[in-house]
Design a protein around this ligand. Structure first.
Ligand code: 6SD
Length: 235
């Protein structure tokens, strides 16, 4: 999978060279490139923002650098005749659809993702219209809170998507037993020692009875979900 990220703070993404996603890049499973939006400016000050039409507080990201960046990056991957490699272009936004595990699964199936990180009061609206001519545009929210820009949201999305690329997580069984994969929260985990500060590991886990362990874990998933996330069980 190819992922391009465009930001005015590319060093935010240095952490993506670590751990599992770093290995995925070394092994060629993930081709990740982070770009500085200012590379598509041409003035002396490498300007990416301007005052908003209609007035109001703050600055808005100018359309021209975004247009040039997206033209170049959308055209950077060879296009099969059927057009199937048109990229999916994601802009994080508190006004977008909520990012879920199902969204991560869907986007992990794409050949080419481009993430555009807004800053200031956001990006000139015409950039989204223009991007729709280059690929599928998705405005996606990490959750119902406001960040200062798209970078942290893109970090989270790239990590959630990247670990679903086949081969990135060493033991694929660890992908199916985690929170949100079956609509429930994950069961609790324990390791040695079996007693720590007078706290015992639930005895069923030491019983060797695999049927009883599976039943106990299911019950824990249901109980936790009822208590912490009743919205996941509603319908
Ligand atoms: C100015 C942005 C881009 C500002 C954001 C996304 C979520 N879920 N909260 N806040 C956000 C994204 C804020 O550019």
């Amino acid at each position: 999978m190819r992922i391009d990220v465009v930001s005015i703070f590319p060093s935010y993404f240095d952490g993506l060279t670590l751990s599992l996603l770093g290995k995925a890049q070394d092994s060629g499973l993930l081709d990740l490139a982070v770009h500085d939006l200012r590379d598509w400016t041409s003035d002396r000050h490498r300007t990416v923002d301007d005052t908003p039409y209609g007035g109001g507080a703050g600055m808005v990201m100018k359309p021209e650098p975004w247009g040039l960046a997206l033209d170049q990056l959308a055209g950077s991957v060879a296009e099969p005749v059927d057009g199937s490699s048109r990229p999916t272009i994601v802009f994080p936004s508190p006004a977008g659809e909520v990012f879920r595990q199902s969204t991560a699964r869907e986007l992990a199936g794409r050949e080419h993702l481009i993430f555009g990180c807004g800053r200031y009061e956001g990006i000139d609206e015409r950039v989204f219209e223009e991007a729709a001519g280059l690929g599928e545009v998705r405005l996606i929210s990490l959750g119902d809170y406001v960040l200062n820009g798209g970078e942290v949201a893109v970090m989270a999305m790239v990590e959630a998507i990247g670990r679903l690329i086949p081969g990135v997580v060493g033991n694929p069984e660890s992908l199916v037993e985690e929170s949100h994969e079956d609509g429930l929260l994950e069961y609790p985990s324990y390791t040695k020692p079996s007693v720590w500060r007078d706290r015992e590991v639930p005895p069923v886990l030491l019983s060797g009875n695999h049927g009883a362990i599976a039943a106990w874990r299911r019950e824990q998933q249901l109980e936790r979900t009822r208590r912490r996330r009743p919205d996941l069980l509603a319908d």
